[in-house]
Design a protein around this ligand. Structure first.
Ligand code: GRF
Length: 192
C-alpha cells in the first residue's frame, strides 16, 4: 500500500506529532512523515522529529507575530512540495497560514483544536469551555481555511468536563483525546 506523505508543522512541545510518529513506527498508520518544520528554534517538536529520524528544520518566521513573512511562507510551500508532501498536518502551529499555503494545498491542510468546534475557536479553548460551564467539550480536527479555527470539521472526540476540573486537568484530558483522534483522521486520508 502506498503511504500518505505528511508534512508536520508545530510551534510547541509536539505531543500530537509524537502520537502520529509512534503510530507510523508501529505500522498502525499507513503514512510517512517527510518533514517536520517549526517556526520556533527550540521547539520540542523538532527534538521529537530527530528522535524519530524525520527530516526537520527551523523556519525563521520573520517579523510578523501571528503569521509568516510572505517570503518565508513561499519557502514553506517550496520545502513541502520538494519533499512530496500530500497532507500538511498542523500540530500546535501558532501562526495563521495565508494564500500561498492555502492555494498550494487546497483541502490538504488540517489542524487539531482543543474544543468541539464551532464552539470556542482561538486560544486556550479549554479555559473558554470551563468558563462557559460546559458539561462536555473535546477536540476537533478541521480543514484549514483563511480564518482562525473556522474550516470544515472532519472529526471530533468528546471529553467530559468534571466538577473538580481545573484548566490544567481538563486540558490534559483533552490532549489524551487529541492524540487518539489525530492519527485516526489522518488514517482516513491515507485510506481515501
Ligand atoms: C494541542 O493541544 C492542539 O490542540 C493545539 O496545540 C496543542 C499542541 O500541542 N492546536 P502539542 O505541541 O502537540 O503537544
Amino acid at each position: 500500500m502506498t503511504k500518505l506523505a505528511l508534512g508536520i508543522l508545530g510551534s510547541g512541545k509536539g505531543s500530537n506529532c509524537r502520537a502520529i510518529l509512534e503510530q507510523i513506527r508501529d505500522g498502525k498508520l499507513p503514512a510517512e512523515a517527510r518533514l517536520v518544520l517549526s517556526d520556533v528554534f527550540d521547539a520540542g517538536i523538532l527534538d521529537i522529529a530527530r528522535e524519530f529520524n524525520v527530516p526537520n528544520a527551523y523556519l525563521p518566521p520573520g517579523n510578523f507575530r501571528t503569521r509568516l513573512e510572505p517570503a518565508v511562507e513561499a519557502e514553506l510551500v517550496r520545502l513541502l512540495q520538494q519533499a512530496g508532501v500530500e497532507l500538511v498536518v498542523l500540530a500546535g502551529f501558532m501562526r495563521v497560514l495565508k494564500e500561498p499555503m492555502l492555494a498550494a494545498f487546497p483541502r490538504r491542510i488540517i489542524n487539531i483544536h482543543p474544543s468541539l468546534l464551532p464552539k470556542f475557536p482561538g486560544i486556550e479553548a479549554w479555559k473558554q469551555a470551563l468558563a462557559a460551564g460546559e458539561k462536555i467539550t473535546g477536540c476537533s480536527v478541521h480543514y484549514v481555511d483563511a480564518g482562525i479555527d473556522s474550516g470544515e470539521v472532519i472529526g471530533q472526540r468528546k471529553v467530559p468536563v468534571l466538577g473538580d476540573d481545573t484548566p490544567e486537568s481538563l486540558h490534559a484530558r483533552i490532549q489524551i483525546a487529541e492524540r487518539e483522534l489525530y492519527p485516526e483522521v489522518i488514517a482516513q486520508f491515507a485510506a481515501a
